[in-house]
Design a protein around this ligand. Structure first.
Ligand code: SF4
Length: 247
């Protein structure tokens, strides 16, 4: 059944159904240090939460503070984070960002962004290599408790399958949804869509047979996947690990 409804109304319906499905999932904004969140999110690009969290912990354990990371030989930083992949560019970008931050503000802190508006913060942080819109959105949500909507690969895929967005990249999905997700619901929707995308609406072989959003979904292969997974009785794997809950 194709359900036509206003996108905002559909988002609220998706939220209600996912809250019911994932009862108890933490969807509160964080108060973590913005520089910690920025670095954790830079590490999390193109890898799993488990490995990027390990890389973040390695940095915290092997170096006294971000000053030591900035001044360390590049190979030491690279080795500390190699568990999360793309260690060469990530180490280079993190050290370069720290050096530029120190040069511009005299210290390694992002406290100056706390008084800025969201647009100014996007402009301020995306000037660093390796820092894109999604990374800045995570800083806004997980350290400044701003009401923004980070779009990663899971949020992008699920939003498009549900026809909440129609785009080929997470950046465009972000642009299409950032003013449509009702205020006060952005973090909750982000967190729930990630959990849903990992557990049920997976990139490969989505578990459409177990999907609480089946009637809202416009993915053209949903009937096929509902059929094959029903036959083989696939069970979703639990995955409780979200890096930014731990920073
Ligand atoms: S029906 Fe399938 S493709 Fe559609 S949202 Fe659910 S799991 Fe994803």
């Amino acid at each position: 059944m194709q359900i036509q409804m206003d996108r905002k109304e559909k988002i609220l319906k998706v939220l209600a159904l996912l809250k019911k499905e994932f009862k108890g999932l933490k969807t509160e904004p964080g108060k973590s240090d913005p520089l910690d969140v920025l670095i954790a999110t830079m590490l999390s690009q193109n890898t799993t939460d488990k490995t990027s969290y390990k890389a973040f912990v390695n940095l915290k354990e092997r170096f006294k503070d971000w000053y030591e990371v900035m001044e360390a030989p590049y190979t030491k930083v690279r080795d500390a984070i190699k568990v999360c992949g793309l260690a060469n560019p990530k180490a280079r970008n993190i050290q370069r960002m720290l050096k530029e931050l120190k040069k511009e503000h005299g210290k390694l802190s992002l406290n100056h962004i706390k008084k800025m508006g969201n647009d100014e913060i996007y402009e301020e942080l995306t000037k660093y290599n390796g820092v894109g819109v999604k990374t800045v959105s995570c800083v806004l949500v997980f350290s400044l408790a701003r009401d923004v909507f980070p779009v990663d690969t899971h949020v992008h895929r699920v939003s498009n399958r549900l026809s909440l967005a129609h785009s080929k990249t997470p950046e465009k999905t972000f642009e299409q949804l950032k003013d449509i997700v009702p205020e006060g619901n952005k973090l909750a929707l982000h967190t729930l869509l990630i959990r849903f995308g990992r557990k049920i609406c997976r990139a490969k072989n989505p578990l459409c047979n177990k999907c609480p959003l089946y009637d809202l979904c416009e993915f053209e292969e949903k009937e096929y996947y509902a059929g094959i997974n029903k036959e083989i009785g696939v069970e979703p794997k639990e995955n409780n690990f979200i890096i930014l809950e731990h920073v």
